[in-house]
Design a protein around this ligand. Structure first.
Ligand code: AHR
Length: 504
Protein backbone atom coordinates (compact mmCIF):
# COMPACT_ATOMS: atom_id res chain seq x y z
CA UNK A 1 0.00 0.00 0.00
CA UNK A 2 1.37 3.45 -0.85
CA UNK A 3 1.97 5.87 2.00
CA UNK A 4 1.23 9.53 2.46
CA UNK A 5 2.92 11.32 5.37
CA UNK A 6 1.50 14.21 7.29
CA UNK A 7 3.47 16.39 9.74
CA UNK A 8 1.83 18.75 12.22
CA UNK A 9 2.53 20.15 15.66
CA UNK A 10 0.47 21.84 18.38
CA UNK A 11 2.81 24.87 18.42
CA UNK A 12 2.37 25.63 14.73
CA UNK A 13 -1.13 26.95 14.33
CA UNK A 14 -3.21 28.64 11.63
CA UNK A 15 -6.25 29.92 13.56
CA UNK A 16 -9.48 28.83 15.20
CA UNK A 17 -12.15 27.44 12.88
CA UNK A 18 -14.84 30.11 12.81
CA UNK A 19 -18.31 28.53 13.33
CA UNK A 20 -19.55 30.68 10.43
CA UNK A 21 -17.63 28.40 8.04
CA UNK A 22 -20.57 26.04 8.35
CA UNK A 23 -23.24 28.32 6.89
CA UNK A 24 -25.96 27.42 4.39
CA UNK A 25 -27.90 29.17 1.66
CA UNK A 26 -31.62 29.35 0.91
CA UNK A 27 -32.68 31.05 -2.31
CA UNK A 28 -36.11 31.54 -3.79
CA UNK A 29 -35.04 29.24 -6.57
CA UNK A 30 -36.58 25.98 -7.76
CA UNK A 31 -37.93 23.93 -4.87
CA UNK A 32 -35.60 25.27 -2.20
CA UNK A 33 -38.32 27.29 -0.45
CA UNK A 34 -41.60 26.08 -1.99
CA UNK A 35 -41.94 22.30 -1.37
CA UNK A 36 -38.46 22.38 0.19
CA UNK A 37 -38.43 24.03 3.58
CA UNK A 38 -42.01 25.35 3.20
CA UNK A 39 -44.94 23.15 2.26
CA UNK A 40 -48.24 23.93 4.00
CA UNK A 41 -50.47 20.87 4.04
CA UNK A 42 -47.53 18.45 4.22
CA UNK A 43 -47.99 15.95 7.09
CA UNK A 44 -44.79 17.34 8.66
CA UNK A 45 -45.76 21.02 8.25
CA UNK A 46 -45.91 23.16 11.40
CA UNK A 47 -48.39 26.02 11.99
CA UNK A 48 -46.32 28.30 9.72
CA UNK A 49 -46.18 25.78 6.87
CA UNK A 50 -42.55 24.80 7.51
CA UNK A 51 -41.59 21.16 7.13
CA UNK A 52 -40.39 19.88 10.49
CA UNK A 53 -38.57 16.94 8.89
CA UNK A 54 -36.48 19.35 6.81
CA UNK A 55 -35.89 21.71 9.73
CA UNK A 56 -34.65 18.77 11.83
CA UNK A 57 -32.16 17.72 9.18
CA UNK A 58 -30.94 21.33 8.86
CA UNK A 59 -30.77 21.79 12.64
CA UNK A 60 -28.46 18.76 12.90
CA UNK A 61 -25.95 20.51 10.64
CA UNK A 62 -25.64 23.31 13.19
CA UNK A 63 -25.41 26.05 10.57
CA UNK A 64 -24.87 29.38 12.36
CA UNK A 65 -25.88 31.36 9.28
CA UNK A 66 -28.13 30.92 6.28
CA UNK A 67 -27.72 33.30 3.36
CA UNK A 68 -31.11 34.44 2.02
CA UNK A 69 -33.12 35.20 -0.24
CA UNK A 70 -30.70 34.87 -3.17
CA UNK A 71 -28.76 34.33 -5.36
CA UNK A 72 -29.69 35.61 -8.76
CA UNK A 73 -33.28 35.89 -7.53
CA UNK A 74 -32.48 38.80 -5.25
CA UNK A 75 -31.33 41.11 -8.07
CA UNK A 76 -34.91 41.53 -9.28
CA UNK A 77 -36.71 41.13 -5.96
CA UNK A 78 -38.44 43.82 -3.90
CA UNK A 79 -38.37 42.78 -0.23
CA UNK A 80 -41.44 44.98 0.41
CA UNK A 81 -43.53 42.53 -1.66
CA UNK A 82 -42.85 39.83 0.90
CA UNK A 83 -44.18 41.43 4.11
CA UNK A 84 -47.64 41.94 5.61
CA UNK A 85 -50.81 39.84 5.23
CA UNK A 86 -50.06 36.96 2.85
CA UNK A 87 -53.31 37.36 0.89
CA UNK A 88 -52.30 40.90 -0.02
CA UNK A 89 -48.80 40.08 -1.22
CA UNK A 90 -48.29 40.32 -4.99
CA UNK A 91 -47.49 37.33 -7.19
CA UNK A 92 -44.67 38.43 -9.43
CA UNK A 93 -42.65 36.79 -12.18
CA UNK A 94 -39.11 35.98 -11.08
CA UNK A 95 -37.12 36.89 -14.16
CA UNK A 96 -33.90 35.36 -12.85
CA UNK A 97 -35.35 31.85 -12.93
CA UNK A 98 -38.48 32.22 -15.14
CA UNK A 99 -40.69 31.20 -12.22
CA UNK A 100 -43.65 32.72 -10.37
CA UNK A 101 -42.92 34.17 -6.92
CA UNK A 102 -46.01 34.13 -4.67
CA UNK A 103 -44.19 35.93 -1.82
CA UNK A 104 -45.70 33.56 0.73
CA UNK A 105 -42.34 33.38 2.46
CA UNK A 106 -40.66 36.71 3.22
CA UNK A 107 -38.21 38.03 5.74
CA UNK A 108 -40.54 37.67 8.75
CA UNK A 109 -41.31 34.05 7.88
CA UNK A 110 -37.66 33.29 7.15
CA UNK A 111 -36.63 34.54 10.58
CA UNK A 112 -39.20 32.12 12.09
CA UNK A 113 -37.78 29.27 10.00
CA UNK A 114 -34.29 30.11 11.22
CA UNK A 115 -35.48 29.60 14.78
CA UNK A 116 -36.69 26.05 14.14
CA UNK A 117 -33.71 25.20 11.91
CA UNK A 118 -31.11 26.34 14.46
CA UNK A 119 -29.64 29.02 12.22
CA UNK A 120 -29.75 32.78 11.67
CA UNK A 121 -30.11 34.92 8.53
CA UNK A 122 -27.43 36.53 6.43
CA UNK A 123 -29.78 38.79 4.50
CA UNK A 124 -28.81 39.85 0.98
CA UNK A 125 -30.16 43.18 -0.32
CA UNK A 126 -30.97 43.80 -3.96
CA UNK A 127 -28.34 45.96 -5.65
CA UNK A 128 -29.50 45.01 -9.15
CA UNK A 129 -32.89 46.71 -9.56
CA UNK A 130 -32.76 47.77 -5.90
CA UNK A 131 -31.43 51.01 -4.45
CA UNK A 132 -29.35 51.96 -1.40
CA UNK A 133 -32.51 53.56 0.01
CA UNK A 134 -34.49 50.34 -0.25
CA UNK A 135 -31.59 48.49 1.42
CA UNK A 136 -31.58 51.06 4.21
CA UNK A 137 -35.33 50.68 4.68
CA UNK A 138 -34.92 46.92 4.87
CA UNK A 139 -32.42 47.30 7.73
CA UNK A 140 -34.84 49.72 9.41
CA UNK A 141 -37.69 47.21 9.02
CA UNK A 142 -35.61 44.38 10.44
CA UNK A 143 -33.38 45.95 13.08
CA UNK A 144 -34.82 49.30 14.22
CA UNK A 145 -36.52 48.79 17.60
CA UNK A 146 -39.68 50.84 16.87
CA UNK A 147 -41.10 54.34 16.52
CA UNK A 148 -40.27 54.70 12.81
CA UNK A 149 -42.42 53.92 9.78
CA UNK A 150 -40.67 50.70 8.74
CA UNK A 151 -40.00 49.34 12.23
CA UNK A 152 -43.61 49.99 13.25
CA UNK A 153 -44.76 48.17 10.15
CA UNK A 154 -42.71 45.16 11.26
CA UNK A 155 -44.36 45.34 14.66
CA UNK A 156 -47.78 45.62 13.06
CA UNK A 157 -46.88 42.54 11.02
CA UNK A 158 -46.40 40.58 14.23
CA UNK A 159 -42.69 40.93 15.03
CA UNK A 160 -42.64 43.14 18.12
CA UNK A 161 -38.93 42.66 18.73
CA UNK A 162 -36.41 43.59 16.04
CA UNK A 163 -34.96 40.69 14.07
CA UNK A 164 -31.46 42.02 14.80
CA UNK A 165 -29.98 40.60 11.64
CA UNK A 166 -26.23 40.99 12.06
CA UNK A 167 -24.86 39.91 8.68
CA UNK A 168 -25.87 41.54 5.37
CA UNK A 169 -24.88 40.87 1.78
CA UNK A 170 -24.48 43.81 -0.62
CA UNK A 171 -26.15 42.31 -3.69
CA UNK A 172 -25.40 39.09 -5.51
CA UNK A 173 -22.78 38.25 -8.13
CA UNK A 174 -22.88 41.70 -9.69
CA UNK A 175 -19.80 40.79 -11.79
CA UNK A 176 -21.75 38.00 -13.54
CA UNK A 177 -23.04 39.04 -17.00
CA UNK A 178 -26.19 36.94 -16.34
CA UNK A 179 -27.11 39.02 -13.30
CA UNK A 180 -30.14 41.33 -13.51
CA UNK A 181 -28.58 44.83 -13.78
CA UNK A 182 -25.05 43.40 -13.98
CA UNK A 183 -22.53 46.17 -13.35
CA UNK A 184 -18.90 46.89 -13.95
CA UNK A 185 -16.67 47.09 -10.88
CA UNK A 186 -16.75 50.89 -10.56
CA UNK A 187 -20.54 51.08 -10.83
CA UNK A 188 -21.06 48.27 -8.35
CA UNK A 189 -18.51 49.76 -5.95
CA UNK A 190 -20.38 53.08 -6.00
CA UNK A 191 -23.82 51.61 -5.25
CA UNK A 192 -22.45 49.12 -2.69
CA UNK A 193 -20.55 51.86 -0.89
CA UNK A 194 -23.65 54.05 -0.67
CA UNK A 195 -25.78 51.10 0.46
CA UNK A 196 -23.30 49.99 3.14
CA UNK A 197 -23.01 53.52 4.53
CA UNK A 198 -26.77 54.04 4.59
CA UNK A 199 -27.47 50.61 6.10
CA UNK A 200 -24.94 51.24 8.86
CA UNK A 201 -26.59 54.60 9.62
CA UNK A 202 -29.63 52.63 10.77
CA UNK A 203 -27.70 50.01 12.67
CA UNK A 204 -23.96 50.58 13.11
CA UNK A 205 -23.54 47.10 14.58
CA UNK A 206 -24.32 45.28 11.32
CA UNK A 207 -21.59 43.65 9.26
CA UNK A 208 -21.61 43.76 5.48
CA UNK A 209 -20.10 41.52 2.80
CA UNK A 210 -19.40 42.97 -0.64
CA UNK A 211 -19.41 40.92 -3.85
CA UNK A 212 -16.01 39.68 -4.84
CA UNK A 213 -15.72 37.51 -7.94
CA UNK A 214 -18.41 34.91 -8.41
CA UNK A 215 -16.33 32.67 -10.65
CA UNK A 216 -12.55 32.38 -10.96
CA UNK A 217 -13.05 31.71 -14.70
CA UNK A 218 -14.46 35.19 -15.42
CA UNK A 219 -12.10 37.56 -17.26
CA UNK A 220 -12.57 40.16 -14.51
CA UNK A 221 -11.35 37.77 -11.76
CA UNK A 222 -8.80 39.50 -9.54
CA UNK A 223 -9.17 42.93 -11.09
CA UNK A 224 -12.79 43.11 -9.89
CA UNK A 225 -11.79 42.02 -6.39
CA UNK A 226 -8.99 44.57 -6.06
CA UNK A 227 -11.25 47.39 -7.29
CA UNK A 228 -14.09 46.48 -4.94
CA UNK A 229 -11.74 46.16 -1.98
CA UNK A 230 -10.03 49.42 -2.79
CA UNK A 231 -13.22 51.45 -3.22
CA UNK A 232 -15.09 49.88 -0.28
CA UNK A 233 -12.16 49.57 2.11
CA UNK A 234 -13.65 51.93 4.71
CA UNK A 235 -17.14 50.35 4.87
CA UNK A 236 -16.68 46.67 4.10
CA UNK A 237 -16.44 43.90 6.71
CA UNK A 238 -15.84 40.94 4.40
CA UNK A 239 -15.20 40.20 0.76
CA UNK A 240 -17.48 37.46 -0.51
CA UNK A 241 -16.32 34.96 -3.14
CA UNK A 242 -18.26 32.23 -4.97
CA UNK A 243 -17.06 28.99 -6.51
CA UNK A 244 -18.79 25.93 -7.97
CA UNK A 245 -16.68 22.87 -8.72
CA UNK A 246 -17.51 21.56 -12.18
CA UNK A 247 -15.77 18.97 -14.35
CA UNK A 248 -17.26 15.68 -13.14
CA UNK A 249 -18.04 14.58 -16.70
CA UNK A 250 -15.32 16.32 -18.73
CA UNK A 251 -12.25 16.67 -16.48
CA UNK A 252 -12.52 14.36 -13.48
CA UNK A 253 -9.02 15.05 -12.05
CA UNK A 254 -9.81 18.79 -12.08
CA UNK A 255 -13.15 18.07 -10.40
CA UNK A 256 -11.43 16.10 -7.64
CA UNK A 257 -8.91 18.91 -7.11
CA UNK A 258 -11.57 21.08 -5.43
CA UNK A 259 -9.33 21.69 -2.41
CA UNK A 260 -6.57 23.11 -4.60
CA UNK A 261 -9.12 25.15 -6.58
CA UNK A 262 -10.42 26.57 -3.32
CA UNK A 263 -6.82 27.31 -2.21
CA UNK A 264 -6.35 29.34 -5.38
CA UNK A 265 -9.64 31.20 -4.96
CA UNK A 266 -9.11 32.27 -1.38
CA UNK A 267 -5.41 33.04 -1.78
CA UNK A 268 -6.24 35.28 -4.75
CA UNK A 269 -8.93 37.04 -2.71
CA UNK A 270 -6.58 37.48 0.26
CA UNK A 271 -4.00 38.96 -2.12
CA UNK A 272 -6.53 41.51 -3.39
CA UNK A 273 -7.62 42.44 0.15
CA UNK A 274 -4.02 42.93 1.24
CA UNK A 275 -3.08 44.87 -1.89
CA UNK A 276 -6.00 47.25 -1.23
CA UNK A 277 -4.89 47.55 2.41
CA UNK A 278 -1.40 48.49 1.22
CA UNK A 279 -2.88 51.15 -1.03
CA UNK A 280 -4.82 52.50 1.98
CA UNK A 281 -1.65 52.40 4.10
CA UNK A 282 -3.53 50.15 6.50
CA UNK A 283 -2.61 47.01 8.40
CA UNK A 284 -6.22 45.88 8.45
CA UNK A 285 -6.79 42.33 7.20
CA UNK A 286 -10.20 42.04 5.60
CA UNK A 287 -11.55 38.51 5.87
CA UNK A 288 -13.08 36.32 3.18
CA UNK A 289 -16.60 34.88 3.08
CA UNK A 290 -17.03 32.09 0.53
CA UNK A 291 -20.76 32.60 0.67
CA UNK A 292 -21.69 30.36 -2.26
CA UNK A 293 -19.76 27.17 -2.91
CA UNK A 294 -20.44 23.57 -3.80
CA UNK A 295 -19.98 20.87 -6.42
CA UNK A 296 -22.08 21.59 -9.54
CA UNK A 297 -21.44 19.66 -12.73
CA UNK A 298 -24.64 18.30 -14.14
CA UNK A 299 -27.82 20.13 -13.17
CA UNK A 300 -28.94 22.64 -15.80
CA UNK A 301 -30.28 26.07 -14.82
CA UNK A 302 -32.97 26.21 -17.51
CA UNK A 303 -35.28 23.40 -16.37
CA UNK A 304 -38.30 22.07 -18.22
CA UNK A 305 -39.71 24.86 -20.42
CA UNK A 306 -43.27 23.61 -19.79
CA UNK A 307 -42.95 24.60 -16.15
CA UNK A 308 -42.00 28.21 -16.90
CA UNK A 309 -43.68 30.77 -14.62
CA UNK A 310 -44.77 28.10 -12.14
CA UNK A 311 -44.24 28.45 -8.39
CA UNK A 312 -41.43 26.21 -7.12
CA UNK A 313 -40.62 24.74 -10.52
CA UNK A 314 -37.97 22.07 -10.26
CA UNK A 315 -34.59 23.59 -11.13
CA UNK A 316 -30.90 22.83 -10.54
CA UNK A 317 -31.51 19.59 -8.65
CA UNK A 318 -28.15 17.82 -8.57
CA UNK A 319 -27.90 14.28 -7.28
CA UNK A 320 -24.65 14.00 -5.36
CA UNK A 321 -22.56 10.84 -5.26
CA UNK A 322 -19.41 9.74 -3.45
CA UNK A 323 -17.15 11.79 -5.74
CA UNK A 324 -18.98 14.91 -4.54
CA UNK A 325 -18.17 13.91 -0.95
CA UNK A 326 -14.48 14.16 -1.85
CA UNK A 327 -15.07 17.56 -3.44
CA UNK A 328 -17.10 19.00 -0.56
CA UNK A 329 -14.74 17.62 2.10
CA UNK A 330 -11.69 18.82 0.15
CA UNK A 331 -13.10 22.33 -0.24
CA UNK A 332 -13.88 22.50 3.48
CA UNK A 333 -10.37 21.33 4.35
CA UNK A 334 -8.96 24.10 2.19
CA UNK A 335 -11.10 26.70 3.97
CA UNK A 336 -9.96 25.34 7.32
CA UNK A 337 -6.35 25.54 6.14
CA UNK A 338 -7.04 29.25 5.56
CA UNK A 339 -8.96 29.71 8.80
CA UNK A 340 -6.92 32.82 9.62
CA UNK A 341 -8.66 34.68 6.75
CA UNK A 342 -11.64 32.60 5.65
CA UNK A 343 -14.14 33.32 8.40
CA UNK A 344 -17.43 32.54 6.73
CA UNK A 345 -18.79 30.16 4.10
CA UNK A 346 -22.26 29.21 2.89
CA UNK A 347 -22.70 25.94 1.07
CA UNK A 348 -25.08 26.43 -1.84
CA UNK A 349 -27.69 25.41 -1.24
CA UNK A 350 -29.46 23.77 1.68
CA UNK A 351 -32.61 22.13 0.28
CA UNK A 352 -33.41 20.67 -3.19
CA UNK A 353 -31.26 23.13 -5.20
CA UNK A 354 -27.62 21.88 -5.39
CA UNK A 355 -28.52 20.68 -1.96
CA UNK A 356 -27.48 18.78 1.11
CA UNK A 357 -31.11 17.75 1.66
CA UNK A 358 -33.74 16.57 -0.84
CA UNK A 359 -37.50 16.38 -0.46
CA UNK A 360 -40.42 14.94 -2.37
CA UNK A 361 -43.54 17.12 -2.31
CA UNK A 362 -45.95 15.38 0.04
CA UNK A 363 -43.25 12.78 0.72
CA UNK A 364 -40.09 12.33 2.74
CA UNK A 365 -36.89 14.31 3.12
CA UNK A 366 -33.47 12.68 2.91
CA UNK A 367 -29.77 13.44 3.20
CA UNK A 368 -27.64 13.55 0.08
CA UNK A 369 -24.12 12.06 0.26
CA UNK A 370 -22.60 15.52 0.83
CA UNK A 371 -24.73 16.07 3.92
CA UNK A 372 -22.46 13.76 5.90
CA UNK A 373 -18.97 15.27 5.47
CA UNK A 374 -20.57 18.66 6.12
CA UNK A 375 -22.19 17.44 9.33
CA UNK A 376 -19.04 15.66 10.54
CA UNK A 377 -16.85 18.71 9.93
CA UNK A 378 -19.40 21.10 11.39
CA UNK A 379 -19.63 19.01 14.55
CA UNK A 380 -15.96 18.16 15.06
CA UNK A 381 -14.13 20.97 13.25
CA UNK A 382 -15.81 24.08 14.62
CA UNK A 383 -14.07 25.98 17.34
CA UNK A 384 -10.86 23.94 17.10
CA UNK A 385 -7.42 25.28 16.21
CA UNK A 386 -6.24 24.35 12.73
CA UNK A 387 -2.61 23.23 12.77
CA UNK A 388 -0.16 24.04 10.03
CA UNK A 389 0.68 20.79 8.31
CA UNK A 390 2.68 19.51 5.42
CA UNK A 391 1.93 16.42 3.41
CA UNK A 392 4.26 14.17 1.39
CA UNK A 393 3.05 11.37 -0.81
CA UNK A 394 1.90 10.14 -4.19
CA UNK A 395 0.26 12.60 -6.55
CA UNK A 396 -1.97 12.69 -9.64
CA UNK A 397 -1.75 15.06 -12.54
CA UNK A 398 -4.34 17.79 -13.05
CA UNK A 399 -3.75 19.52 -16.38
CA UNK A 400 -4.87 22.96 -15.27
CA UNK A 401 -3.06 22.79 -11.91
CA UNK A 402 -0.09 20.40 -11.90
CA UNK A 403 0.67 17.57 -9.46
CA UNK A 404 -1.93 17.21 -6.72
CA UNK A 405 -1.60 14.82 -3.74
CA UNK A 406 -4.04 11.91 -3.65
CA UNK A 407 -4.38 12.33 0.10
CA UNK A 408 -5.29 15.69 1.54
CA UNK A 409 -5.86 16.14 5.24
CA UNK A 410 -6.27 18.71 7.95
CA UNK A 411 -5.54 18.44 11.68
CA UNK A 412 -7.57 20.29 14.28
CA UNK A 413 -6.69 20.64 17.94
CA UNK A 414 -9.41 21.12 20.57
CA UNK A 415 -7.37 22.08 23.67
CA UNK A 416 -10.45 22.35 25.91
CA UNK A 417 -11.49 18.79 25.03
CA UNK A 418 -7.90 17.52 24.98
CA UNK A 419 -8.60 16.10 21.56
CA UNK A 420 -7.16 16.15 18.06
CA UNK A 421 -9.29 15.54 14.97
CA UNK A 422 -7.92 14.46 11.61
CA UNK A 423 -10.00 14.79 8.44
CA UNK A 424 -8.65 13.17 5.27
CA UNK A 425 -9.65 12.31 1.73
CA UNK A 426 -8.05 9.72 -0.52
CA UNK A 427 -8.67 10.75 -4.12
CA UNK A 428 -7.17 7.65 -5.70
CA UNK A 429 -9.80 5.88 -7.78
CA UNK A 430 -8.26 2.45 -7.42
CA UNK A 431 -5.82 2.30 -4.51
CA UNK A 432 -6.14 2.36 -0.77
CA UNK A 433 -3.51 4.61 0.85
CA UNK A 434 -1.84 4.56 4.22
CA UNK A 435 -1.83 7.90 5.97
CA UNK A 436 0.94 8.30 8.55
CA UNK A 437 0.32 11.36 10.70
CA UNK A 438 3.33 12.51 12.76
CA UNK A 439 1.87 14.83 15.34
CA UNK A 440 4.98 16.49 16.85
CA UNK A 441 4.72 17.08 20.57
CA UNK A 442 1.26 15.56 21.06
CA UNK A 443 1.07 12.39 23.13
CA UNK A 444 -1.82 10.29 21.86
CA UNK A 445 -3.94 8.35 24.34
CA UNK A 446 -6.53 6.50 22.26
CA UNK A 447 -8.88 6.65 19.31
CA UNK A 448 -12.22 8.16 20.33
CA UNK A 449 -13.90 7.70 16.98
CA UNK A 450 -12.90 6.67 13.48
CA UNK A 451 -15.55 7.15 10.81
CA UNK A 452 -15.50 7.00 7.03
CA UNK A 453 -17.71 7.63 4.04
CA UNK A 454 -17.09 4.93 1.49
CA UNK A 455 -18.76 2.80 -1.14
CA UNK A 456 -17.24 0.42 -3.68
CA UNK A 457 -18.61 2.62 -6.43
CA UNK A 458 -17.60 6.26 -6.58
CA UNK A 459 -20.93 6.89 -8.35
CA UNK A 460 -22.97 5.70 -5.35
CA UNK A 461 -25.66 8.26 -4.45
CA UNK A 462 -28.46 8.61 -1.90
CA UNK A 463 -31.97 8.68 -3.28
CA UNK A 464 -35.40 8.49 -1.67
CA UNK A 465 -35.46 5.42 0.59
CA UNK A 466 -32.02 4.28 -0.58
CA UNK A 467 -29.07 5.59 1.38
CA UNK A 468 -25.92 4.12 -0.15
CA UNK A 469 -23.37 6.51 1.37
CA UNK A 470 -23.54 7.09 5.13
CA UNK A 471 -20.99 7.26 7.96
CA UNK A 472 -19.53 3.89 9.02
CA UNK A 473 -16.89 2.97 11.59
CA UNK A 474 -13.34 2.30 10.48
CA UNK A 475 -12.34 -1.07 11.99
CA UNK A 476 -9.59 -0.92 14.64
CA UNK A 477 -7.42 -3.18 12.46
CA UNK A 478 -6.93 -0.26 10.06
CA UNK A 479 -5.61 2.08 12.78
CA UNK A 480 -2.29 2.11 14.65
CA UNK A 481 -1.41 4.52 17.41
CA UNK A 482 2.13 5.06 18.74
CA UNK A 483 3.17 7.92 21.05
CA UNK A 484 2.68 10.85 18.70
CA UNK A 485 1.83 9.09 15.47
CA UNK A 486 -1.31 7.68 13.95
CA UNK A 487 -1.42 5.40 10.94
CA UNK A 488 -4.74 4.84 9.23
CA UNK A 489 -5.45 3.07 5.99
CA UNK A 490 -7.80 5.08 3.81
CA UNK A 491 -9.92 3.21 1.32
CA UNK A 492 -9.82 4.33 -2.31
CA UNK A 493 -12.05 7.35 -3.02
CA UNK A 494 -13.09 7.84 0.60
CA UNK A 495 -13.38 10.48 3.29
CA UNK A 496 -12.30 9.72 6.86
CA UNK A 497 -12.40 11.36 10.26
CA UNK A 498 -10.32 10.17 13.23
CA UNK A 499 -10.76 11.72 16.68
CA UNK A 500 -7.91 11.15 19.10
CA UNK A 501 -7.81 11.69 22.85
CA UNK A 502 -4.58 13.24 24.11
CA UNK A 503 -2.68 12.14 27.21
CA UNK A 504 -3.24 14.51 30.12
O1 AHR B 1 -26.96 28.76 -6.41
C1 AHR B 1 -27.47 28.90 -7.69
C2 AHR B 1 -27.05 30.21 -8.35
O2 AHR B 1 -25.67 30.19 -8.58
C3 AHR B 1 -27.27 31.47 -7.55
O3 AHR B 1 -28.54 31.99 -7.71
C4 AHR B 1 -26.25 32.40 -8.10
O4 AHR B 1 -25.84 33.37 -7.18
C5 AHR B 1 -25.13 31.49 -8.57
O5 AHR B 1 -24.70 31.83 -9.84
Amino acid sequence: MKTSKLFADRHLTVAEVNPNLFGGFVEHLGRCVYTGLYEPGHPEADGNGFRKDVARLVADLNMPLTRYPGGNFVSGFDWKDSIGPKEKRPRKPDYAWDAMEPNEVGVDEFVKWCQIANTSPLYVVNLGTGTPQSAQECVEYCNFPGGSYWSDLRRANGAEKPHNIRWWGLGNEMDGPWQICHKNAEDYAKVAHDAAKMMKMVDPTIKVCANGSCNPGLPTFGEWDYTIMDRLFDVIDMLSMHIYFNGKDDDFPFFLAAAERMDHLVESAIGCCDAAAAHHQSRRKVDIAVDEWNAWSRAKSEGNQETKWQVGRSLVEETYDLSDVLVVAGAMMSMMDHADRVKMACIAQTVNVLSLIMTRPGGPAWAQTTYYPFRMMSKHGRGGIVLRSSQEGPTFEVKKIGEVPFVRSVVIHHPEKNEVVLFAINRSLDEDMELQAELGSFQLECVLEATELYHDSIDAANTEGNEMVAPASIPATRLTLQNNSLTVSLQKHSFAMVRLALKK
